[in-house]
Design a protein. Structure first.
Length: 261
């Protein structure tokens, strides 16, 4: 990677689920640092709305044949990859464990955990060949704490951290750093859906759940997608060259992940 600005000028960056939300903010952050950006998503309309100078591919993060084809295309088009942001995720069901359907559990795992595994699996050979690289796996504060009524999501995000710790040990000798980002409650449409479902489950309002989440942080605030993107850019930059194997919370310091409402 070039060492100008954040040291990311010309860097080749892949962001999965990069057409919206946290992924879109990550892609914008890397592009702003001078990197070349490739985004994937399953939402064709959102992909079409991305900047024309970004490379774009419609890919199901949990489908290995599609992921393998993507990385073959990256190899052919870019000749390698400097930064992987394995960001694809889904909220999964909000329900007590006895009401969670196995199909919903598996669907949540397929995107959140298997998606990160597949991206890392296919990025690793390119990065090993180059003797350098940075992988950022999107976990959650749900990977650091238990979350009532969110068993599939929390289990998947804990799994992402276990995967990251293992990859950091396995790939470090090849010059590859691996870290996990753990967003807290992030403002935006996806969190609004979570708040609505939790409110329905608890017989209260989304506004009350929102206030409970914010009160459970020492900063008394939700975070934004831009906050997550800023940390991603730093971790991938030369400034983060010896940061690896870390689950880094960007959450305003979550003290109480279960809103008491």
């Amino acid at each position: 990677m070039a060492e100008a600005g954040f040291g990311l000028a010309g860097a080749r960056v892949l962001v999965t689920a990069g057409a919206g939300g946290i992924g879109r903010a990550m892609a914008e952050g890397f592009a702003g640092a001078g990197a070349r950006v490739w985004v994937t998503d399953i939402a064709g309309a959102a992909l079409a709305g991305c900047p024309a100078d970004w490379r774009r591919s419609r890919v199901d993060a949990g489908a290995e044949a599609e992921v393998a084809a993507l990385f073959a295309e990256i190899e052919a088009g870019w000749g390698g990859l400097d930064v992987l942001c394995a960001n694809a995720g889904t909220a999964g069901p909000t329900a007590p464990v006895e009401a969670v359907m196995l199909a919903d559990w598996r669907a949540c795992m397929a995107v959140n955990l298997e998606g990160a595994f597949l991206a890392a699996k296919h990025a690793a050979p390119m990065m090993k060949a180059a003797g350098q690289g940075a992988m950022l796996l999107t976990s959650s504060t749900a990977g650091l704490f238990g979350y009532p009524n969110r068993a599939p999501y929390a289990a998947a995000k804990w799994g992402v951290i276990g995967l990251m710790k293992t990859l950091a040990m396995e790939l470090g000798p090849f010059g590859i750093r691996v870290n996990a980002l753990c967003p807290g409650a992030v403002e935006g449409p996806r969190m609004e859906g979570v708040l609505a479902r939790e409110a329905a489950a608890k017989g209260t309002t989304p506004e009350a759940i929102h206030a409970g989440y914010a009160a459970g942080t020492s900063m008394r605030s939700f975070v934004t997608a831009a906050d997550i993107a800023a940390m991603a850019v730093f971790l991938a930059s030369p400034g983060g060259r010896l940061v690896s194997g870390q689950a880094i919370a960007v959450d305003g310091h979550t003290e109480n992940p279960d809103p008491k409402v």
